[in-house]
Design a protein around this ligand. Structure first.
Ligand code: PGU
Length: 409
């Protein structure tokens, strides 16, 4: 008799974004004439850079001819792409070999799957609020324990509060934990960590033989040159950190699908000498994954070229101008707005201590704007909503105007 993974029963709620889509759809069905303005999920909207499109087309054309056709590639990704990724790190003074880079179909699968190479009894710490994948995948893996509905927390997860008081970057945990998830620039708060802040976690991880899982999916949105785009800019981080990244937000590949994970050879933990975790992730990927699409990988190579980088950066500039419009518009009506300077997300405090789902509902019903309630990202997300800067300019402007005109604060 087959039995199911009972850990699914421990998940406190449905996955956040489909849940929001469901509420938006219900509202739309009741109000069919209303145009909803979607600043909820962080989904890219602008066309790919022409240079990247060329790369994708060339790869598709190669598949059309017997002489150039290719099937399965290396599970770890095309060597040329891994070399190009290593080249990007080299520009920040980080030396990585191709063997330390694993190309994938996105940062979400990697951020979700990476926990599988660690022991089931590892204690996990997350920023609170955090991208829900870190917690949910550990719930499914059986590391989170039961959900305490009164506290809005899983009993075995260590929540590291990110608040207005600490500039949305947490203190290192007081207790010993084994896996630490960090995301910078942060989803959802939009805060980008300084090198000094990351260095404290690197220190902590080395002292406790913990491993940091660093999600840098929004690194290209950093405009302040003093802020690190990779945790490996911190001395010693290769010994204690895995880094996950993506082409989704940097090159508009949310639908194309391409990402990567760095597992440095130096990385070690309590029962793994240097090299072992790299070998385990390699084994995991070879067994569960058959490589990213060869077309997507050619697009990735084009995106990392000089021309590709320039064009992709222009699109990032477009989204960051959206962020500025949202920031200024919402601040002008007296809302307290964080983020949106080194990240495509704005973290907006709800007025009068409103619950985040209530403010979400108010924005939806009064202004017809879809956002993401902060509570969906963890207990300290309560009292905030996340606004995404991804969208067509006109929709962003309309959303801001509609909030200004229609929201009753
Ligand atoms: N990491 C972070 C921190 C993210 O915010 C997202 C997307 C990803 C990874 C996903 O990267 P891929 O390379 O595309 O897999 N976050 C969006 C989309 C929602 C989701 O479920 O991924 C968001 O709105 O938070």
């Amino acid at each position: 008799m087959a039995r199911t993974n009972a850990n699914y029963g421990l998940l406190a709620a449905g996955y956040l974004f489909p849940e929001i889509a469901k509420r938006a759809k219900a509202f739309q069905e009741k109000n069919p004439a209303t145009k909803l303005l979607r600043l909820g999920i962080g989904n890219t909207t602008e066309p790919l850079s022409p240079f990247v499109v060329d790369g994708l087309k060339k790869a598709a054309d190669r598949l059309a001819k017997v002489e150039t056709y290719s099937g399965y590639g290396d599970e770890q990704g095309e060597l040329r792409l891994r070399a190009a990724i290593a080249g990007r790190y080299a520009k920040s003074g980080i030396a990585l070999t191709e063997k330390e880079i694993f190309v994938s179909d996105g940062a979400k699968p990697d951020a979700g799957n990476i926990q599988s190479i660690f022991s089931q009894d590892c204690v996990v710490a997350v920023q609170d609020p955090a991208y829900p994948v870190y917690v949910d995948t550990n719930v499914i893996a059986g590391r989170a324990g039961k959900f305490d509905a009164a506290k809005g927390r899983y009993e075995r997860i260590v929540y590291m509060p990110c608040t207005e008081e600490n500039g949305f970057f947490p203190q290192v945990p007081k207790q010993k934990v084994d896996l630490v998830y960090l995301c910078s620039p942060n989803n959802p708060t939009g805060a980008a960590a300084t090198k000094e802040q990351l260095a404290k976690f690197v220190d902590y991880a080395k002292k406790n033989l913990a491993v940091i899982i660093f999600d840098s999916a929004y690194s290209q949105y950093i405009s302040d040159p003093a802020l690190p785009k990779s945790i490996y800019q911190v001395e010693g981080a290769k010994e204690c950190a895995i880094e996950v990244n993506s082409f989704s937000k940097s090159a508009g590949f949310t639908g194309v699908r391409l990402g990567w994970t760095v597992v440095p050879m130096e990385l070690a933990c309590e029962d793994a000498a240097a090299g072992k975790l790299n070998g385990m992730w390699n084994r995991r990927q070879c067994t569960f994954f058959n490589g990213a699409s060869n077309i997507a990988q050619e697009g990735g190579i084009a995106a990392l070229s000089e021309q590709g980088q320039k064009e992709c950066q222009d699109t990032i500039g477009y989204y960051m101008e959206n962020a500025r419009i949202i920031r200024e518009g919402l601040s002008a009506i007296g809302l307290k707005v964080y983020g949106g300077v080194n990240a495509p997300f704005l973290w907006v405090k709800t007025p009068d201590g409103k619950k985040s789902w209530d403010f979400f509902d108010a924005l939806l019903s009064q202004a017809h704007v879809v956002t993401t309630p902060g509570a969906g990202f963890g207990p300290h997300g309560e009292g905030f909503i996340r606004v995404s800067a991804f969208g067509h300019r006109k929709d962003i402007e309309d959303a801001v105007e509609s909030i200004k005109k229609n929201l009753k604060i």
